[in-house]
Ligand binder design. Structure first.
Ligand code: SAH
Ligand code: TMP
Ligand code: ZN
Length: 406
């Protein structure tokens, strides 16, 4: 029996993926023997509706000086964060000499926009290698894990913040109460927390189960987020759906009573009720859809193999670790995974041990089929790779359903 990260009620998993490795734990062949595995299970809290993992990997095992995810590998995301920063400047940096803090600032993809405009900023990024890239771009970064204690130290050294930002990081933090308490301390009375994460509504709608892996400790809805922050005298004042990472939600949070909530908050909560995001049966149905998606993908890959087709993976994403290990995709079914990130190249994918090779190898010898693991960057990739389809290549996608394109 596990207890809820937010309200401490007992939760039971609705889905077990079995033993899973670290999603970003790309490894060399001599590291295979000592590879770390844990039980990846996801549960729903009947009381506060938070969807969450029931077991958590130690944060130091995931975030360290060889962290494999560099935010700036996607030009589309760089543009997205440029727009994110511009909207924060316009809406929330109205006081003189504003101060912006970002949690999980990675290689500086968001904060570079503030640094270039000479706005006081601070990145909090515990993975030393990506933090070093941000610093080399002139972005003020501290290499630590954010929590309540660190919030106090930041306030003592720099003062309170006008805006506290986070993208694809709040959902990584199982110690949500310490984070919320820290944010309350860190924000000026008029300050806002603006963060976005993959949205549980999209995961349910699109069966995008590959969002579920070690780093993603919880899967937020407006209802579950509201409940968390209310306990810290903070409230959700706006929500804005985002068309990135397969469907995300941006939340704007302020001190209770400091700002009038936008009607979008109540509208989205009503949609969540309609979608059944607060009901256990929704997640039972999600489990059945996930099992069907797995079976469809494996049938397709086995069929292609029996026809002697070459299939290669595109994008050694953290999400692909869930897909390959849960479905049982082996190097016999997928020759290699192409990826542009140098630190992943020449290594084996976590658990499934499919070789990760430089992107050039994909271009030099197009396979018959490419399994689009980086489906969240699908538009950008399919457009960029038009020559692959012109040469007769076909894409395999599995979100929202298993399908061959082209
Ligand atoms: N914001 C970036 C990076 C997301 S990946 C983007 O959207 O592309 C999540 C990042 O959060 C990683 O770089 C990881 O090192 C960092 N992180 C993990 N735990 C953290 C914590 N407790 N405090 C601050 N950053 C953390
Ligand atoms: P993400 O889904 O976590 O953002 O990771 C995307 C991965 O896909 C990252 O390892 C880089 C890789 N990638 C490519 O290889 N080619 C591309 O065109 C894009 C956009 C990403
Ligand atoms: Zn709960």
């Amino acid at each position: 029996m596990k207890s809820c990260l937010v309200c401490n009620s007992t939760i039971e998993p609705f889905l077990s993926f079995g033993k899973m490795p670290i999603a970003n734990g790309f490894l060399t062949s001599d590291q295979v023997r000592d590879e770390y595995f844990f039980d990846l299970q996801v549960g729903f809290c009947h009381r506060c509706t938070m969807v969450q993992l029931t077991e958590h990997v130690d944060r130091e095992k995931m975030f360290h000086d060889e962290y494999a995810f560099f935010s700036s590998t996607s030009t589309r995301m760089a543009r997205h964060f440029g727009e994110f920063a511009a909207s924060v400047r316009q809406d929330y940096l109205r006081l003189p000499d504003p101060f912006v803090v970002e949690i999980g600032s990675n290689d500086g993809i968001m904060l570079q926009n503030f640094a270039q405009a000479n706005i006081r900023h601070l990145g909090i990024e515990p993975s030393a290698n990506v933090a070093a890239v941000a610093r080399s771009k002139g972005i003020n970064t501290i290499c630590e894990f954010f929590d309540e204690q660190l919030a106090r130290r930041i306030v003592a050294e720099y003062g309170q913040a006008d805006a506290f930002l986070g993208a694809n990081v709040m959902c990584h933090l199982p110690y949500l109460h310490s984070v919320a308490a820290g944010i309350r301390i860190l924000l000026k009375p008029s300050g806002v927390l603006v963060f976005e994460d993959p949205y549980i509504g999209d995961i349910v709608e699109k069966t995008s189960y590959d969002q579920i892996y070690d780093e993603h400790a919880s899967y937020f809805s407006v209802a579950s987020i509201s409940n968390l922050f209310e306990q810290h005298d903070l409230e959700v004042v706006d929500v804005i759906p985002q068309n990135v990472h397969g469907g995300s939600m941006r939340y704007v949070i302020a001190h209770k009573g400091a700002r009038t909530p936008s009607p979008a908050v109540a509208t989205q909560r009503a949609k969540e009720t309609e979608m059944g995001l607060g009901e256990a049966t929704t997640y039972e149905k999600l489990r059945r859809n996930i099992e069907r998606s797995r079976d469809d993908l494996m049938n397709l890959l086995r069929d292609l193999k029996s026809q002697g087709k070459r299939v290669v993976g595109y994008g050694a994403t953290s999400k692909s670790t869930t897909v390959t290990n849960y479905c049982g995709i082996t190097p016999e079914l997928i020759e290699f995974i192409s990826d542009t990130t140098p630190i992943k190249q020449g290594k084996l994918s976590p658990g499934a041990h499919i070789p990760v090779r430089p992107y050039q190898e994909f271009v030099d010898d197009y396979p018959d089929y490419a399994l689009l693991f980086a489906w969240n960057h699908g538009e950008e990739i399919i457009e960029k790779e038009s020559a692959f389809q012109q040469a007769g290549g076909k894409w395999i996608v599995y979100v929202p359903e298993v399908k061959v394109l082209g």
